[in-house]
Design a protein around this ligand. Structure first.
Ligand SMILES: Cc1cc2nc3c(=O)[nH]c(=O)nc-3n(C[C@H](O)[C@H](O)[C@H](O)COP(=O)(O)OP(=O)(O)OC[C@H]3O[C@@H](n4cnc5c(N)ncnc54)[C@H](O)[C@@H]3O)c2cc1C
Length: 428
């Protein structure tokens, strides 16, 4: 039975290749060049819409480790990225033209893959992978909405930065919520009046990311960028996300003038989310301005804050760990539309969806990749129920059982684990 894939981006091309190399037949629908997204410029498959960097090559960086896992799993995207790389220091940087052209040629000449240049508006019959990305066309968006429910489809990310727990200065922060002094879910970063004055001044003058024309974001009151909120007056933040009321640092005599609350993102406390700090500041400015907060002076940002157009589903509610709709297993989702963020993360999701769909089509068992690998932790992240699901880049904080003090051991373990998983998938 042939498998249909909608979207010939990074996830769709990877999924198609994985199915074909296991002997499955694929119809890959790509709407370009007859219809373009607002960001794509060519008719190539797997076009990189912005940066030509696939981030770090170092295994001790989660982006580097994810790429190495995918390399070992036989990813076409990573293989061609390696083959078309240009000097980029410690990052895998590619010649974007040659990269996408090479992928297009290889996919189009694969006898098991039929590429059909056509916009798909409704979810077709049979086994289908939806990999239409953050700029999914309007008709299909309506089709997905009709299938998943309007409340399970989002159009914008308004995300706050996530900070590495180990990089927070605990001598300058204290645990406790407004309602429970002993709560450990919230870590409070206090500022004195003088510190707040400087912070406010720098925040309101910091550099911002320009909006693209298709990102004319109608900000909702509930998720205004922190710097836009600050423009309303110096006291606005003190009555909003930096409200100090009820947050006493018992170690010092004076009450703080302002507090930034960090919410624990995972049980292990390796990641903390800056509550209410969605922002359009540039990445560099986020480091500089948020680094003025004493507890965050050496903060390592696992994810930067942003607000941008991004179509994605409420995957934890809708998808099982094989990336299939829980109530209709013939429909799978892959790539950024599942809530992973980034080129390589989308590739990983496409690879897993391709293997999963092929297993379903051939009546074989399929176990998702182990959770102590980057690939597996991404799948776990997008399929684990949570109240506040937001897109995520790969980072070590997602890996099950990760211990920062034993990073090299965790890396070796992840690679061993992914090799074992590959053998299982190949033998099933
Ligand atoms: C403006 C912008 C800048 C970005 N910059 C970066 C960056 O610098 N680094 C990074 O890591 N990530 C970046 N991203 C995120 C990036 O989109 C993803 O990382 C990645 O491209 C997602 O892969 P994907 O395969 O899920 O989607 P895409 O690569 O977007 O592929 C989806 C494909 O589906 C096609 N399609 C859509 N609807 C239909 C339909 N109805 N029928 C048929 N085909 C359809 C599209 O034409 C497209 O080819 C950026 C995203 C945007 C929007």
């Amino acid at each position: 039975m042939e498998i249909k894939i909608i979207g010939g981006g990074l996830a769709g091309a990877e999924a198609a290749y994985q199915i074909a190399r296991r002997g499955g037949d694929v119809i890959l629908y790509e709407m370009r060049p007859s219809v373009f997204t607002p960001a794509h410029k060519t008719s190539y498959l797997s076009e990189l819409v912005c940066s030509n960097s696939l981030k770090s090559t170092e295994f001790t960086n989660a982006h580097g480790l994810l790429k190495e896992e995918l390399r070992r799993l036989g990813s076409i995207i990573i293989r061609i990225a390696d083959e078309t790389s240009i000097p980029g220091g410690k990052a895998l940087v590619v010649d974007r033209e040659v990269f996408s052209r090479r992928i297009t040629d290889e996919i189009e000449s694969n006898p098991r893959i039929t590429v059909v240049r056509k916009e798909i508006g409704e979810i077709p019959e049979g086994i289908v992978i939806i990999a239409t990305g953050p700029l999914t066309s309007n008709d299909l968006t309506e089709g997905i909405k009709a299938r998943t429910g309007v409340h399970n489809l989002y159009f914008y990310d308004a995300i706050s930065p996530i900070i590495d727990g180990d990089s927070i200065d605990m001598d300058k922060a204290f645990f406790g919520s407004r309602y429970r002094k002993d709560a450990v879910d919230y870590l409070n970063c206090p500022l004195t009046e003088k510190e707040y004055d400087t912070f406010y001044e720098e925040l309101t003058h910091a550099g911002r990311v320009d909006l693209k024309d298709f990102e004319d974001v109608p900000y909702f009151e509930g998720c205004l960028p922190i710097e836009v909120m600050a423009e309303r007056g110096k006291k606005t933040l003190l009555y909003g996300p930096m409200k100090p009321v009820g947050l006493e640092d018992r170690r010092v005599a004076n009450s703080p003038c302002a507090v930034i609350q960090l919410r624990r993102e995972n049980e292990e406390g390796t990641m903390y989310n800056m509550v209410g700090f969605q922002t359009k500041l540039t990445y560099r400015e986020q480091e500089r301005v948020f680094g003025l907060v004493p507890a965050l002076r050496n903060a390592v940002f696992l994810r930067y804050g942003s607000i941008h157009r991004n179509t994605y589903i409420n995957a934890p509610k809708l998808l099982n760990e094989r990336l299939q709709l829980r109530d209709d297993e013939r429909v799978l989702f892959a790539g950024q539309i599942t809530g992973v963020e980034g080129y390589v993360e989308s590739t990983a999701s496409g690879l897993v969806a391709g293997l999963s769909a092929h297993a379903a089509a051939t009546g074989r068992a399929f176990s998702p990749p182990p959770e102590d690998t980057c690939t597996g932790s991404l799948v776990r992240y997008v399929t684990t129920e949570t109240d506040n699901f937001q897109p995520m880049n790969i980072n070590f904080g997602l890996l099950r059982g990760y211990n920062k003090r034993q990073k090299e051991k965790a890396v070796a373990h992840a690679l061993e684990s992914i090799e074992k998983w590959r053998e299982t998938v190949d033998s099933e």
